[in-house]
Design a protein around this ligand. Structure first.
Ligand code: PMT
Length: 218
C-alpha cells in the first residue's frame, strides 16, 4: 500500500531568527515510516525539522511550518491508501511575521496568534480522502474522551491516544505507550516499549483496518 505519514514538530516564524515550536523529536513518526517500509509498503514521510537521518527507501518531504505541511499533505494524500498523522503540528502561529529581527524595547511584548490549518481535520472534508485515516491525540488530561472526540469529529478510523503528561514516554523519548481508540467504543492499550517495536505493532493494526470495510463517522 502507499502510506503517507507526518512526523516531527512545525516551526512557526516570529521574525527571521525566532519561531514557536514544541518538543516533538520525530522519533515516533520515523519509526512508523521505517516499520511500514519494512512491512513492504511504499512510504511518503512529510517531516518537520528533526535531528534524524533520512530513512532509506522512503520518500522524504521536509517542511517547516504548519502551512507547508498542509500543502505537502494536500499534494500527496490522493496517492495514499493510508494516512497516519503523528506530527505535532502547531495549533497557532504568530498572526504577523516581522520582516526584521524584533528589537528589545519595552518590558512586555504581547504576541497575537492565529489558528493554523487543521491538517487532520482537512483530510476528509477538504482533501476528500477516503482511505484509512489514523490520527494521534497527545493529551495531558481526559485522554480517552479527548481521543474519542477527535475520532468522531475528524472522521478517523483509528486515533492513537498518547498520554504526554507521563515522564519517559511521548515527546522526545525513545519509548512510548498508547491506547488505540477504534470506532464503536473499542479500545486497546499497548504497553510502554521502544518506539521501534510499538511502530511495528501499530502498522500491523493499521494493516488489519485496511482489510475491513470502513466504518463512517460523519
Ligand atoms: O515526535 P516524538 O518526540 O517521537 O513524539 C511523538 C508524539 C508525542 C509527537 C506523537 O506520539 C503524538 O502524540 N503526535 C500527535 C501530537 C499532537 O500534536 O497531537 P494533537 O492532539 O495536538 O493533534 C491531534 C491530531 O491532529 C494529530 O494527529 C496531529 O498530527 C493532527 N494535527 C494537529 C494540529 C493541526 N494543525 N493539524 C493536524 O493535522
Amino acid at each position: 500500500m502507499n502510506i503517507l505519514i507526518t512526523a516531527g514538530p512545525t516551526r512557526e516564524a516570529l521574525d527571521p531568527v525566532r519561531y514557536l515550536t514544541n518538543r516533538s523529536s520525530g522519533k515516533m513518526g520515523y519509526a512508523l515510516a521505517e516499520a511500514a517500509r519494512d512491512a513492504g509498503h511504499k512510504v511518503t514521510l512529510i517531516s518537520g525539522p528533526v535531528n534524524l537521518s533520512a530513512p532509506d527507501d522512503i520518500e522524504l518531504i521536509r517542511i517547516e511550518s504548519a502551512k507547508e505541511m498542509f500543502l505537502a499533505v494536500e499534494s500527496q494524500i490522493s496517492k495514499a491508501a493510508v494516512a497516519i498523522f503523528s506530527a505535532a503540528v502547531a495549533d497557532y502561529r504568530p498572526a504577523t511575521q516581522a520582516t526584521q529581527k524584533i528589537k528589545k524595547s519595552s518590558n512586555r511584548l504581547t504576541l497575537e496568534l492565529e489558528k493554523t490549518e487543521d491538517i487532520l481535520g482537512s483530510a476528509r472534508q477538504v482533501f476528500g480522502f477516503s482511505g484509512i485515516l489514523v490520527g494521534f491525540a497527545a493529551e495531558t488530561e481526559n485522554l480517552i474522551a479527548n481521543a474519542r472526540d477527535k475520532l468522531t469529529r475528524k472522521g478517523c478510523d483509528l486515533v492513537i491516544a498518547n498520554d504526554v503528561s507521563q515522564i519517559g514516554i511521548g515527546f522526545d523519548s525513545s519509548e512510548n505507550a498508547v491506547t488505540l481508540c477504534f470506532p464503536g467504543e473499542k479500545s486497546m492499550p499497548l504497553p510502554k516499549q521502544s518506539k521501534t517495536l510499538l511502530a511495528r505493532e501499530l502498522i500491523q493494526q493499521i494493516e488489519q483496518l485496511a482489510t475491513k470495510p470502513r466504518e463512517t463517522h460523519t
